[in-house]
Design a binder for this molecule. Structure first.
Ligand SMILES: N[C@@H](CCC(=O)N[C@@H](CS)C(=O)NCC(=O)O)C(=O)O
Length: 267
């Protein structure tokens, strides 16, 4: 069997979930790390791997697999031990529900929150020159993605999209609290793909200094702690933490919190 090769980025939430599953299953893989701020994802050699210009991408046995959810399901089927899908069909449906929700909405909305609060500052500094910024935006292949990015860069905390994204996460926190009170893991009594899928999104909110948001839901903090103790977390997330990103998110998140909190209180 040929080696697994992963095209990824250190702080990309969907790459984090793939790396945690690889680590949990104790799989060896070859790393191709892309700098997304420098635009490595738009280079012709990567566009041949994924024309969408996005990570993560897994290559295995001559096949190329995109979409992090498809990748982790593939890994769980090809390397079933230890299993991350429950044996019970109802619990499998619950795992898939969490992952569908993530792909249909949570992923897009964490990008809104992260960019409006923190990453826009990084981009505006890197592309201080207007032509350079336009060059970066013009390289984004999907026009909707490009116009969203422009809007977040321009408006930051004043973006109307921020409130909508906070609404989505407010509902998620309520639903996670409810689910976790029924067995300790998102899909019941066992750790599953659902837990590894959601962890990067909650850790991102923590890094953005928003943990006060779920102070009424102690079950979420207990789950976060348990997740950081799993085989998978250290090698999949912690070892790849980019401290300059974390510092930026900490600083900008703290500055933004009063505004963000007022928006949440008003939902
Ligand atoms: N639905 C895709 C989303 C992939 C995605 O959004 N990747 C981001 C990193 S988390 C990316 O490559 N961004 C590059 C860009 O937006 O230019 C998946 O789950 O794999």
């Amino acid at each position: 069997m040929l080696k697994l090769k992963l095209f990824h980025n250190d702080m990309s939430v969907c790459a984090q979930k793939v790396r945690m599953v690889l680590a949990y299953k104790n799989l060896e893989w070859e790393s191709v790390h892309l700098n997304l701020r420098a635009g490595d994802q738009f280079k012709p050699e990567f566009k041949q791997v994924n024309p969408k210009g996005m990570v993560p991408v897994l290559q295995h046995n001559g096949a190329t697999i995109t979409e992090s959810t498809a990748i982790i399901e593939y890994l769980d089927e090809v390397f079933p031990d230890p299993a991350l899908m429950p044996a019970n069909p109802l619990e499998r449906a619950i795992v898939r529900n969490w992952m569908i929700r993530l792909d249909a909405s949570l992923h897009e909305n964490i990008a809104v929150i992260s960019f409006c609060v923190a990453f826009r500052h990084q981009m505006l500094e890197r592309y201080a020159d207007q032509d350079a910024l336009e060059g970066f935006l013009n390289n984004i292949p999907d026009p909707a993605r490009a116009s969203n990015m422009r809007e977040f860069l321009l408006n930051g905390l004043d973006s109307p999209r921020l409130r909508q994204s906070l609404y989505v996460y407010n509902k998620l926190l309520q639903d996670m609290d409810h689910a976790l009170s029924h067995g300790g893991w998102l899909a019941g009594a066992h750790l599953s793909l659902a837990d590894f899928s959601l962890l990067p999104y909650l850790e991102r909110l923590q890094q953005l200094q928003m943990a006060e948001w779920w102070h009424e839901y102690p079950g979420i903090d207990a789950w976060l702690l348990r997740m950081t103790e799993t085989a998978g977390y250290r090698q999949g997330m912690l070892d790849w933490h980019n401290h300059s990103y974390i510092q930026l998110m900490g600083q900008k998140g703290q500055e933004a919190w009063p505004t963000v909190k007022a928006l949440i209180d008003d939902l």
